[in-house]
Design a binder for this molecule. Structure first.
Ligand code: FAD
Length: 312
């Protein structure tokens, strides 16, 4: 019956994909083609990142518009306040609004490559929470506002407890969901979620999942984010590190196991950092039986993501 299907679907995890604006026109076209194909996997929404220092920012707006209006994908636009005055933030929000986008991930932003340390722009924003308050003050409840969470510290702050305080401030300012930095140690992530809950952070927490494509890119991202890699993962990946196909296959299993533990803990939405590539993410979803063709029902369609997260 419809009711049964609904309850089945309600317990079925949903997922989303993150993309970034490519550097070339050809890259943009390739990505649109890929988005079109990945649409069939049934993501609840997709994210388009915001270029550091406002670079590629116009492209972000264009891609949000294309994804939302042309490809019919619910889209979340990342927006940073690094190197940007209020008028640029206003323009970006207006464009998102006009495109029918109702989700913004509000961020401070990475430091622009040229300068080592982040510094506030005059007349601009200092912290992500300021951007959250601003969006709320201008648009009320139009946008769901996501904020970033760091289970293992961020570039300029290793103190996880202090970061949870700052995360709470972002939620109190109007953040309605949290997307985390990538991690590979699920125990660290789950302990962190518990801490957030104990600290009174009650909005949905979406784990950021980084698939493994090659050993070199895996190692680079681990070094960059300084996230902990369980010993068993290194033991499994090291011996095959020069064999990309083997790395992807083993990586798929490791990530899928991690996703299962997350789902078993009652977190029913997974956010994939696709790095604009489809294969590794698709392999994980197939392994988890979360793609439409493997779900057993050709009519399978995930719940609207707000509903799957308990948002109204
Ligand atoms: P904030 O929450 O403002 O925190 C920044 C620093 O300020 C932290 O050290 C924090 O502890 C400190 N802080 C916050 N509040 C206070 C306070 N009241 N008093 C003192 N210190 C305070 N970057 C991009 O450029 N484009 C993207 O699209 C992008 N997408 C991302 C998506 C996700 C899911 C994540 C996790 C990160 C993303 N980033 C992106 C990177 C992000 O911009 C950087 O990690 C940035 O350095 C921090 O951004 P934030 O929004 O977490 O900042």
């Amino acid at each position: 019956s419809g009711k049964l299907a609904a309850s089945y679907e309600a317990s079925k995890p949903t997922f989303s994909f993150e993309f970034f604006p490519p550097k070339t026109a050809q890259g943009v076209q390739n990505l649109y083609d890929r988005m079109d194909r990945m649409h069939d996997l049934g993501p609840a929404f997709i994210d388009i990142t915001w270029g550091a220092g406002g670079r590629h920012s116009q492209l972000t707006c264009e891609m949000v518009n294309a994804a939302q209006t042309h490809y019919g994908l619910e889209t979340c636009m990342h927006l940073t306040c690094t190197d940007m005055g209020k008028e640029k933030v206003d323009q970006a929000l207006q464009q998102a609004y006009k495109a029918g986008c109702t989700n913004i991930l509000a961020l401070r932003g990475d430091p622009p490559r040229e300068s080592e340390k982040w510094k506030a722009t005059e007349g601009g924003f200092r912290y992500a929470k300021d951007l959250v308050s601003y969006i709320k003050s201008r648009y009320g409840n139009h946008f769901d506002i996501g904020v970033a969470g760091y289970p293992e510290g961020c570039d300029d702050q290793d103190d996880v407890d202090l970061l949870i305080d700052h995360l709470k401030q972002k939620v109190d300012a109007g953040g309605t969901f949290i997307v985390t930095q990538m991690f590979y140690d699920v125990d660290i992530f789950l302990a962190w979620v518990k801490k957030c809950r104990e600290r009174g952070i009650n909005v949905p927490i979406i784990p950021g999942i980084m698939p493994i494509s090659t050993h070199a890119s895996f190692q680079r991202r681990v070094d960059w984010t300084r996230c902990h890699v369980p010993d068993a993962w290194n033991a499994a990946l090291e011996p095959v590190k020069n064999d990309d196909a083997a790395v992807r296959e083993i990586g798929k299993g490791l990530i899928a196991d991690m996703c299962r533990k997350i789902i078993d803990a009652g977190i029913l939405h997974l956010h994939f950092y696709t790095m604009n590539l489809a294969q590794a993410t698709r392999m994980i979803l197939e392994h988890l039986s979360l793609t439409p063709t493997t779900s057993g029902s050709p009519l399978f369609k995930p719940l609207p993501w707000r509903q799957s997260l308990g948002l109204n």
